[in-house]
Ligand binder design. Structure first.
Ligand SMILES: C[S@@+](CC[C@H](N)C(=O)[O-])C[C@H]1O[C@@H](n2cnc3c(N)ncnc32)[C@H](O)[C@@H]1O
Length: 203
């Protein structure tokens, strides 16, 4: 686990919800709803952050495991999860190295977290490993836009943020799924493909 990366997110945790408040209802919430409608059974959420997707789960999850590299993020997510009324396990872990057995969860959720991992393919392979056969990976990310203007802005941001904050703006995890042993079941995106979400299963 990169301590520097964890420290960066620890520092972000107290202001994360304020920082994302403008984009949350406009871009993020529709993706969170889409994902929550598909969540079922034993659910693992990786890179959970402050737990912004948790309030959408209603009674769809049987039990929850929440992971993140940041202890401060996990503290905020735990507080949010407490209201859900299901058993919750919180683990500080890198998404590329999860302390969970093979094929042990029904649903894996990752929202806006692939943009900031060091090795996307390693993470996707690890998520596939813990998913039971027939289980579903549900993922949403801000990705390379389909609009030229969007891509231009993202190119400028990518000159700065990967180095400064470990944040990438032109990734598209959906394109890596086959290499991770995953198959897309459905996918959709926002206007100009600023956000893309997908459901996938193990091949
Ligand atoms: C942009 S925030 C997204 C948080 C939340 N999933 C959401 O939808 O608001 C990214 C989160 O991923 C976590 N993170 C970054 N790299 C990680 C890694 N390699 N493994 C696990 N978590 C990671 C950060 O600590 C942070 O909480």
């Amino acid at each position: 686990m990169s301590v520097t990366r964890a420290e960066y997110w620890d520092e972000q945790a107290p202001r994360y919800d304020r920082t994302t408040a403008f984009l949350e209802p406009r871009l993020f919430a529709p993706a969170r709803r889409w994902i929550a409608e598909r969540v079922t059974g034993r659910t693992l959420e990786v890179g959970v952050g402050t737990g912004a997707t948790l309030p959408y789960y209603a009674d769809r999850v049987a039990d929850l495991t929440l992971t993140d590299v940041s202890g401060e993020m996990l503290r905020a997510a735990s507080a949010r999860a407490a209201g859900l009324g299901v058993p919750v396990t919180v683990l500080r872990a890198d998404s590329a190295r999860l302390p969970l057995p093979d094929a042990s969860v029904d649903t894996v959720v990752s929202t806006f977290a692939m943009c900031c991992v060091a090795d996307e393919l390693a993470v996707l392979r690890e998520l596939a490993r813990v998913l039971r056969p027939g289980g579903r990976l549900l993922m949403a990310d801000h990705v390379e836009s389909s609009a030229r203007l969007g891509r231009g802005v993202q190119r400028v941001l990518d000159a700065v943020t990967p180095e400064r904050a470990g944040e990438h703006h032109r990734r598209r995890p959906i394109l890596l799924l086959p290499d991770a042993g995953l198959r897309v079941l459905e996918s959709t995106s926002s206007r100009w493909r600023l956000v893309e979400q997908l459901a996938a299963t193990r091949v």
